[in-house]
Design a binder for this molecule. Structure first.
Ligand SMILES: Nc1ncnc2c1ncn2[C@@H]1O[C@H](COP(=O)(O)OP(=O)(O)OP(=O)(O)O)[C@@H](O)[C@H]1O
Ligand SMILES: [Mg+2]
Length: 164
């Protein structure tokens, strides 16, 4: 596991654009840190990238995404797609960013019936609750971001970024 910090974050996240396994950890001490992580991550987004955001309610999945979207000046488009399952953001590139929140979906079958995996080939996809609800249909090279809260410090979050 490699610790990410504000000094090495860019050289480390460059590896997102390879096919190598990833195992990073980033400690966020406040909302701003989480946004910086999202912003830095955004530089390496490519079409057909699938990213899952995993972590309990209020862990910071949407905050991360807001930071990420701000790199594309698309932060105003970000909302929690709780009732729509998927929102499409124009990020000023030749591919869109699809933001999913699959919390209200039961399982992969329901996802395949109601939404489908065509999105995975038609833009970059970020899926809140992906590992929890649809783990069996995620592409092999999915990038996983697991967020955990700290028991003592209410504004601390640990981000694990990994790929098999
Ligand atoms: N270090 C931190 N990083 C991110 N958010 C933080 C941090 N510290 C405190 N917070 C607070 O935690 C909350 C995170 O909310 P957010 O909507 O991003 O969670 P979420 O994981 O998307 O939840 P949900 O599953 O309900 O969609 C915000 O209220 C934010 O202010
Ligand atoms: Mg959210």
């Amino acid at each position: 596991m490699k610790k990410l910090n504000l000094e090495n974050i860019n050289e480390c996240l460059e590896l997102l654009n390879s096919s190598s396994p990833l195992d990073f950890e980033f400690v966020s001490l406040n909302v701003e840190d989480t946004k910086v992580l999202g912003y830095s991550f955004a530089k390496y987004i490519t079409p057909a990238m699938v990213i899952t955001l995993n972590g309990e309610l209020g862990s910071g999945k949407t905050v991360f995404l807001t930071g990420l979207a701000s790199y594309f000046n698309a932060q105003d488009q970000v909302s929690s797609p709780t009732f729509t399952i998927v929102n499409e953001y124009d990020i000023g590139k030749d591919f869109p960013l699809f933001h999913f929140d699959v919390y209200r979906i039961e399982n992969s079958d329901e996802f395949l019936e109601g939404v489908g995996t065509d999105y995975f080939e038609n833009g970059a996809c970020i899926i809140e609750w992906g590992d929890e609800i649809i783990p069996d249909i995620l592409p092999k090279n999915t990038i996983h971001i697991d967020i955990t809260k700290d028991e003592k410090n209410v504004s601390k979050r640990i981000f694990k970024i990994w790929r098999k």
